[in-house]
Design a protein around this ligand. Sequence first.
Ligand SMILES: Nc1ncnc2c1ncn2[C@@H]1O[C@H](COP(=O)(O)OP(=O)(O)OP(=O)(O)O)[C@@H](O)[C@H]1O
Ligand SMILES: [Mg+2]
Length: 373
Amino acid sequence: MPADRTGTPGTGPQGTGTPAVETSGLVKAFGDNRAVDGIDLRVPAGSVYGVLGPNGAGKTTAVKVLATLLRPDGGQAQVFGHDVVGEAEAVRARVSLTGQYASVDEDLTGTENLVLLARLLGHSKPAARKRADQLLEAFGLADAARRQVKQYSGGMRRRIDIAASILNTPDLLFLDEPTTGLDPRSRNQVWDIVRAVVAQGTTVLLTTQYLDEADQLAGRIAVIDHGRVIAEGTPGQLKSSVGAGSVHLRLRDAGQREEARKVLSQSLAAQVQPGSDPVALTARVPGDGTESGAAEQAARALAELTRSGVAVDHFSLGQPSLDEVFLALTDHPAHDPEQDAGHDSTHEAARDGNRDAAHDGNRAAAPAEERTR
Ligand SMILES: Nc1ncnc2c1ncn2[C@@H]1O[C@H](COP(=O)(O)OP(=O)(O)OP(=O)(O)O)[C@@H](O)[C@H]1O
Ligand SMILES: [Mg+2]
């Protein structure tokens, strides 16, 4: 842990006593719309903290308040102990924000953008050039370095924007949906960069609609919906809140489904969901908080089925995904293509068959990202 590496406890970015972010009852309203509706957050210094929520949940609004770009309408927020309203300058000195939408100069090349910004930050010409080259290389943009940013794809623009915000290593970096629209390879590059930035002592507050991204990167996650925190904890805690896993099985004979359902629900002491496919069944494994516990329960359930003469073609145990956590918490999927398409506030239309979209979120969201530019 970098927690004690530098600084004075209580004031320094790595100080053990002072969280990077602390809010209580934070509110930001746009007219009648309470985009942030009483958020309590505590982000420990030196970690990646994930703020996970669907379109319109209030992620960008919350980040803007914390980065002093918007004034809160209620509650309190401190960044490294500094009030975002009363000590906005001190907050600004420590944070950097990579916004959801690219803000670099389109007419300049990748290198020109980064060198210019680095010069504005006070780097010497050679140091600026060196840092720019380093970041362009790290972000897979070396080949595009001499091209104007307006010729970049959406994903490339996102990467250059992130690079621009870490020219100087900030104490707290806000990354607002940093990988939306990136292809899987670029996304992995960004994840690696986030990990590297954190290893150097920067705290990262990352917003995302992608559960696997929060799971991959964040030590703790706040799930927000309609401007409120509806769950908070480690990825493991959030997952265990919906059970230890799910078993999926396919029967040889649809006629045995009722018998199989009975045996399973007795063995697992859990609800069993019949799938739309007449030979499929899914059941939550309540578990005892450990993976081996879930595996043992699943194995016992399978043994019971065999003993009862139920012929099983396929049996598998899966970890609960954060998608399942989100569904369990909010009753709607975390990623909602209907909403992306129309920014419609109803979730009903997209509820069915939408989980795969959440798993493959970046691709699904790419058109939305392009459209908003
Ligand atoms: N400048 C603004 N003026 C009026 N309403 C706004 C403004 N910015 C955001 N809102 C509203 O506040 C709510 C939260 O929006 P916000 O952009 O914070 O959500 P988000 O979680 O970042 O969503 P997304 O995943 O789509 O980026 C939405 O209802 C949005 O329409
Ligand atoms: Mg947003």
